[in-house]
Design a binder for this molecule. Structure first.
Ligand code: HEC
Length: 296
């Protein structure tokens, strides 16, 4: 791995406090807010910001802040008055501890988040652990994500010590209707071949976007979710037991497509571009070759 000397230098300078920040921050990630993350476009998550950081967030266009700490908790309780002066909508949704980590509160959080109407927003608590926990539950319950995907999203948003609690809730919940079911290309394909023909447009859309994912991240996420659903049919539903490793190849292809969808949702364009050289050869061609080998 290459690290530019400028980066090393700035880290060292920041660490010993030798110089004041030389430039005005242009991105909320530069404000030094504890456990800051940007798990989805327009969504920032973090630990408790200071008054100065809240002011800087406002200056960078963040108009909506949700804090999950009860007002009585350390370091908070002052934001209501401050936010008003800054033109920020501030919402407090008290999640006092583990018993408040529930699907109902996740839905409350999702409702509070919707009020931002797509404007950049920050959801915070003390360490972002509660934030990640509720966002994981919401992703599963309302976002059509699998338990694994929901957990990954939660972690990207700060989920840490509450992960076992979230895992238990996810395991006990009835399976959510997957996003793929909402927009399935064909309700009940007659064969894997039919299912694959049905995802051809989605696949071409994906191939077109791999080099420049930023053009349509939501479209990429949706298409990858649908293609993943078709791959899933390769084990269980239409498994070809004559082809060695058929189910395994299908599982791997499904996982790769779900990973792609997750990266698109997280807005991670570079990680998506990195998948470009391997996706088709490893996950499509490999199985097609294996099929041809057996069936000609
Ligand atoms: C687990 C194995 C497996 C994987 C993985 C797989 N396919 Fe297929 N695919 C098949 C089989 C089996 C057929 C049907 C072959 C036949 O009967 O002609 C097929 C057929 C197709 C067809 C239809 C071709 C036609 O004759 O009309 C398309 C399109 C297709 N696959 C696309 C893809 C894409 C894109 C991927 C990767 C994202 C992929 N497949 C991954 C097994 C697989």
């Amino acid at each position: 791995m290459r690290t530019s000397s400028a980066t090393v230098l700035s880290v060292l300078l920041a660490a010993c406090g030798a110089t004041p920040a030389p430039t005005t921050p242009t991105d909320p990630a530069q404000l030094g807010i504890s456990n800051f993350a940007a798990p989805a476009p327009g969504l920032y998550t973090s630990g408790q910001p200071t008054a100065a950081q809240l002011e800087q967030l406002a200056a960078l266009g963040v108009r909506h802040v949700i804090n999950l700490k009860p007002a009585s908790e350390k370091g908070t309780g002052w934001e209501e008055a401050e936010a008003k002066a800054l033109g920020i909508t501030f919402v407090r949704l008290p999640i006092a501890g583990q018993p408040d980590v529930t699907f109902a509160n996740a839905t409350r959080l999702a409702e509070a988040m919707r009020a931002s109407n797509g404007a950049p927003m920050l959801v915070c608590c003390q360490s972002s652990n509660r934030v990640g926990a509720l966002l994981a539950l919401d992703a599963f319950q309302n976002g059509g994500r699998s338990a694994d995907q929901a957990l990954a999203f939660g972690r990207a948003a700060g989920l840490s010590k509450l992960e076992p609690v979230v895992q238990q809730l996810l395991a006990a919940a009835p399976p959510a209707p997957p996003a793929a079911a909402v927009a399935a290309p064909v309700a009940k394909p007659k064969s894997l071949k039919k299912a694959m023909q049905a995802i051809e447009d989605d696949w071409h859309h994906i191939e077109g976007l791999l080099a420049d994912p930023a053009k349509d991240l939501p479209g990429l996420a949706a298409a990858a979710t649908r293609v993943a659903a078709a791959m899933k049919l390769g084990y269980g539903t239409f498994e070809d037991t004559e082809v060695p490793d058929f189910a395994k190849l299908a599982r791997e292809a499904e996982a790769a497509l779900l990973e792609l969808a997750q990266k698109a949702t997280a807005g991670d364009g570079d990680a998506i571009k990195a998948m470009r050289p391997t996706l088709q050869p490893q996950h499509c061609a490999r199985c097609h070759d294996a099929v041809e080998e057996v069936h000609g």
